[in-house]
Design a protein around this ligand. Structure first.
Ligand code: PLP
Length: 325
């Protein structure tokens, strides 16, 4: 990923919500990433505790007193930037930081078609940016959007033009999404945020041109067959609580037997249709499953194991596990 971004060229700010581990983040920084992103304040606290104190972006509206107090505490230790899409959020952050003697960088988020957060027009982005630039203890740094889509080019160009005309700072124009690095550049960004590439799940690669394979998709969950009630159905010891993911169906890809289909999940059990498999499954057998989405699946285990050639080479604690606040 770093080589890809160097070639484009565009600065890479790695999103750590995929692995939630400061050691992996440091590996990414050593490769040349300009900084890290954390989706939640709790994840940022973990990264700072792990020794990363430079250029941390939280591309998330931080709202509510408890979080603001924590943000201010963190901002006294680390160089933070946050994203905002409303005056309410910006004012809340500014007031708390002023009280606590801290400051943060701010990006104004614009919705360029992702239909999640973000102000709804270039004009609204400029208005919010003007407000931010007048608020104490906030340093306006630019704009961000997610995901980077080529259709966003005219909106981004207009936004950049309006910022320049208004004399607003635009140090950072930040886009994001694994696979969208070149698009980020094309639509005018100077930074791109990619995360999932580190531990990819099935969701974006399960296509005929990009089927699950050990190179493009590193995440595996090792499961055990705990019941073989009928010749067509086996039950594995991993259900919704393990994968933390409801449909889409199938729920995961069984590496050893791609014809097996995980068609349902109860809380603690995975239900697998094996009618298309010639193999006769037995209780106690272990299987490797590539989950639908690496992040929800990796949100709860205490550790992940780096297994390059069939042997565990490294154990990484999922330091930010369950840090949803
Ligand atoms: C705001 C933001 N930036 C960047 C990313 C990284 O995207 P990806 O995981 O596709 O690399 C995400 C992922 O959800 C995101 O929400």
């Amino acid at each position: 990923m770093q080589e890809r971004c160097n070639r484009i060229p565009i600065a890479l700010q790695v999103h750590t919500k995929t692995h939630k581990n400061p050691e992996i983040a440091r590996m990414q920084l050593r490769q040349g990433a300009v900084g890290i992103c954390c989706q939640k304040l709790g994840e940022a606290e973990v990264m700072v505790a792990g020794g990363i104190e430079e250029n941390i972006l939280i591309p998330y509206n931080i709202v509510g007193e408890q979080k603001l107090v924590r943000l201010a505490r963190l901002a006294r230790r680390a160089r933070l930037t946050v994203a905002v899409d409303s005056e309410y959020t910006a004012r809340g952050i500014s007031e708390q930081l002023k009280k606590d003697g801290a400051s943060v960088g701010v990006l104004v988020e614009i919705d360029t078609g992702g239909k999640r957060t973000g102000v709804q027009s270039p004009q609204a982005a400029v208005e919010l940016a003007q407000t931010v630039s007048r608020l104490p203890n906030l340093e306006l740094r630019g704009v961000m959007t997610y995901p980077s889509r080529i259709e966003a080019k005219p909106v981004m160009e207009e936004t950049i033009e309006l910022f320049r005309r208004a004399g607003l700072p635009l140090t950072e124009i930040s886009g994001g999404g694994t696979g969208a690095e070149a698009v980020s550049k094309e639509i005018g960004c100077n930074v791109t945020r990619s995360g999932s590439y580190a531990f990819e799940g099935l969701e974006r690669i399960n296509t005929t041109t990009n089927p699950p394979n050990p190179v493009s998709c590193a995440t595996r969950v090792i499961v055990t067959v705990v019941s073989t009630p009928t010749p067509e159905r086996i039950i594995i010891d991993a259900g919704q609580k393990r994968f933390e993911r409801n449909p889409p169906n199938p729920y995961g890809y069984v590496v050893e037997y791609p014809e097996a289909r995980i068609y349902a999940m109860s809380v603690e059990h995975g239900h697998v249709d094996v009618s298309a498999c010639s193999h006769r499954f037995r209780v106690g057998e272990r299987l490797m499953v590539i989950p639908q989405h690496q992040e929800t699946t990796l949100n709860l285990p205490e550790e992940v194991y780096g297994v390059p050639k069939g042997r565990i080479e490294v154990v990484w604690p999922v330091a930010g596990r369950g840090k949803m606040r």
